[in-house]
Design a protein around this ligand. Structure first.
Ligand SMILES: Nc1ncnc2c1ncn2[C@@H]1O[C@H](COP(=O)(O)OP(=O)(O)O)[C@@H](O)[C@H]1O
Ligand SMILES: [Mg+2]
Length: 374
């Protein structure tokens, strides 16, 4: 389907480019196209500066696109070619930003009722709906408190309630949890997923936090330098990163340069056998090979498989108990690998021990070298 096939069941971002500084011409967004289905919870994921907030602000109408089109529910709201830009308050969006700033002088219930009051709803009805929303975010017992009498997590939930109370069809979140501590982040994340199922809104959620993206998203959009790098379910993105950039962002622990010659592959830590996907590498072409700590194990004698390659001469440099498994740091000259071990008595290892390792090559992540130098 082309990005311009617009239906009422979706929002469509078409060829959106944003240049803030026309002298340098740097593109904060570079030809971004994306279709979001109604009801989806989409996470825009990427490091700081990749253009996430810019895209959200253009959706909200708080920033103008330099070029491109945008439609909500099949209705065009931005079209730079026609000088069309529907003002923010007519786009029917809810927003939760990093600085959730509840009105300090207003009781919780009045904070939540505020968007309803400004849209003209009577006092009693606004209050009733605010209380109902407070029950949804499990804060109805806090209705008569002032924001200063609440914890950070409670404040953030109330901000969530305030953003959702007018039942906007589309809700934009810009790193709303980055000022909240780790435990509360988890709690509010669960809350957002539950509310998403219960209230049925379309969510676009910006974060640079991988774990947050994986936990929240129906679909993840990985961004890099103002462009979309990969779109997929959390599982697709996590297991099959499309580029070295995404692999790095997924936190894959081990990486080495590889080059195949016949049945042998040269790596940063000596030669290994060309097993598994390594056997399919084009001969003589440099690639980067990424593999997880869970794809490396300390080898016992004779347990090579058809889809693993053995490498000898490694030293156990460090071992850390990580609950359920151990993280083992292995070194061989300058090379360093992270490996997951067990705590079975038979696998007892000591720091300083010399070991062979087996690297799983069945689902190898291989990318042509130098392909990610943007
Ligand atoms: N108001 C602005 N004026 C000039 N440059 C900006 C402005 N806002 C953002 N940028 C630049 O645009 C790029 C993308 O920024 P942003 O969308 O905030 O990224 P993110 O939210 O992913 O961290 C960055 O290089 C940033 O410096
Ligand atoms: Mg941002």
């Amino acid at each position: 389907m082309s990005a311009d096939t617009v239906t009422a069941e979706q929002l469509t971002i078409s060829e959106v480019t944003k240049v803030y500084d026309h002298r340098s011409g740097t593109k904060a967004l570079d030809d971004v196209s994306l279709t979001i289905r109604l009801g989806e919870l989409v996470v825009l994921l990427g490091p700081s500066g990749c253009g996430k907030t810019t895209l959200l602000r253009i959706l909200a109408g708080l920033e103008d696109a330099t070029s491109g089109r945008l439609s909500l529910y099949g209705e065009p709201v931005v079209d730079t070619g026609r000088n069309l830009s529907v003002p923010p308050h007519k786009r029917g969006l809810g927003m939760v930003f990093q600085n959730y700033a509840l009105w300090p002088h207003m009781k919780v219930v009045d904070n939540v009722a505020y968007p309803l009051r400004t849209s003209g709803l009577g006092r009693t009805e606004a209050r009733e709906r605010a209380l109902e929303m407070l029950r949804s975010v499990r804060c109805d017992h806090l209705a008569t408190r002032l924001p200063s009498q609440l914890s950070g997590g409670q404040q953030q939930r109330i901000a969530l309630g305030r953003a959702l109370v007018a039942r906007p069809g589309i809700v934009l979140f810009d790193e709303p949890l980055s000022n909240v501590d780790a435990q509360l982040r988890k709690e509010v994340r669960t809350e957002i997923r539950r509310l998403h199922a219960e209230i049925d809104f379309t969510g676009i959620y910006v974060t640079h936090d991988l774990q947050e993206g994986l936990e929240l998203a129906d679909r993840i959009v990985v961004m890099s330098h103002g462009r979309i790098e990969q779109i997929g379910t959390p599982e697709e993105i996590f297991t099959s990163p499309i580029s070295a950039y995404v692999a790095e962002f997924m936190g894959i622990e081990n990486k080495t340069g590889v080059r195949r010659r016949g049945g042998v592959v040269a790596t940063g830590f000596g030669e290994i056998e060309a097993t598994g996907d390594l056997a399919g590498l084009p001969e003589g072409v440099d690639h980067d090979f990424y593999f997880r700590a869970s794809q490396v194990r300390v080898a016992a004698d004779g347990d090579s498989t058809a889809a693993s390659s053995r490498s000898g001469g490694w030293t156990v440099a460090d071992m850390v108990y990580a609950g359920g498994h151990s993280d083992i740091v292995l070194t061989r000259g300058e090379a360093r690998l992270l490996c997951e071990g067990t705590f079975e008595p038979s696998a007892r290892l000591e720091v300083g021990a010399e070991v062979d390792i087996e690297i799983d090559t069945a689902a190898a992540l291989l990318y042509p070298s130098g392909g990610d130098e943007r």
